[in-house]
Design a protein around this ligand. Structure first.
Ligand SMILES: [Zn+2]
Ligand SMILES: [Zn+2]
Ligand SMILES: [Zn+2]
Ligand SMILES: [Zn+2]
Ligand SMILES: [Zn+2]
Ligand SMILES: [Zn+2]
Length: 329
């Protein structure tokens, strides 16, 4: 329980939130005013622009702001999070146009990597994602970051049903288990599957990194082949919070710390989003931002009764909403 949050009533929170939102909206009518290009390689929400792909004859991924400010009327595929990626907007990967936010052309990011998701295709079955048709759950492989249908994971799991979705946090797809098996050794230096068995996908819990062998050679292999098995990249947060902070006048110190609490809650939400069916997950940051706005409405009854809002209240609100959106697994 956080004492800073307890000291601030819901009424104060809603009031400040409203003021800040009005100010922010006046100052930044589009809210999507910062391309992430200048920040270099980030783990961020990306969109593949199929329109620009055809134009430039190259795969591309653009940041959240660019998807709205520069490619809103283009055919976009939401890719959710991809690691180590620099926005391609305004480079030769998106054609001849400058980025409308940065108002300039830029060099291609040489380290960006593109899988079939950037063509709008997903999973080992290599099919186009259609939110209208898709009824199952999709899981993102923590290593290749592709998305897999539950039924396709099951098929690669030798037909065995997947473990209960509550019992694991992350999936490593069959191909990645095979490709990165030397990074996945346990302290006894055993592969994550029995030798006599065929390779199957792995379902990992939150602490899985601690259960991998920590000896120097193993750490060295991980460092070179798949460093996120040592530590994951932090997820880049959308810039609107900091814009709001900039806009806010002095004396909002506790608003700032409340904001920090809310954004740490939203980090948890992102983590949950990773586990949602692709139908919901594909909405990614749109859903995320919608939820964040709805938080204010949720807090109104608390404000009327002058009740204190706890972090749990906020957490429950988000988790409840996310869970009610779940279908399938
Ligand atoms: Zn961008
Ligand atoms: Zn485009
Ligand atoms: Zn742009
Ligand atoms: Zn599939
Ligand atoms: Zn994979
Ligand atoms: Zn080892």
């Amino acid at each position: 329980m956080d004492s800073t949050l307890e000291e601030l009533t819901a009424e104060q929170y809603v009031e400040r939130q409203r003021e800040l939102e009005i100010e922010a909206r006046e100052a930044y009518p589009y809210k999507f005013d910062e391309c992430t290009y200048s920040k270099g390689y980030l783990k961020q929400t990306l969109y593949a622009c199929l329109t620009c792909q055809r134009e430039a004859d190259s795969l591309n991924g653009v940041c959240y702001s660019c998807s709205i400010s520069c490619h809103a009327d283009h055919e976009l595929v939401e890719l959710f999070h991809k690691r180590h990626f620099q926005c391609d907007c305004g480079t030769s990967r998106t054609g001849h146009e400058s980025c409308t936010i940065r108002k300039s052309k830029a060099e291609r990011a040489p380290e960006n990597q593109y899988n079939h998701n950037f063509q709008g295709r997903f999973c080992s079955c290599d099919t186009f994602y259609d939110p209208e048709q898709e009824s199952g759950t999709m899981f993102q492989c923590i290593l290749c970051e592709d998305w897999f249908h539950d039924r396709c994971l099951e098929a690669s799991n030798q037909g065995k049903p997947l473990p209960d979705s509550e019992s694991f946090e992350w999936v490593v797809c069959k191909d990645c288990v095979s490709k990165y098996k030397d990074c996945l050794l346990n302290p006894q230096h055993e592969f994550p599957y029995k030798k006599e068995e065929l390779v199957v996908p792995q379902f990992l819990d939150e602490q899985f990194r601690e259960h991998l062998c920590q000896c120097d050679p193993c750490m060295e292999i991980r460092k070179t082949q798949m460093p996120i098995l040592i530590e994951d990249e932090p997820i880049y947060e959308q810039p609107e919070d900091s814009d709001m902070e900039d806009e806010a006048d002095a004396g909002v110190e506790d608003m700032r710390s409340l904001d920090e609490i809310v954004s740490s809650t939203m980090q948890d939400v992102l983590h949950v989003l990773d586990r949602l069916p692709r139908v919901q997950a594909i909405e990614g940051v749109h859903a995320y931002n919608r939820l964040k706005n709805e938080l204010t409405d949720f807090l109104l009854p608390f404000a009327r009764e002058n009740k204190v809002v706890t972090k749990e209240d906020i957490s429950n609100f988000f988790l409840e909403r996310l869970n009610s959106g779940k279908n399938g697994g």
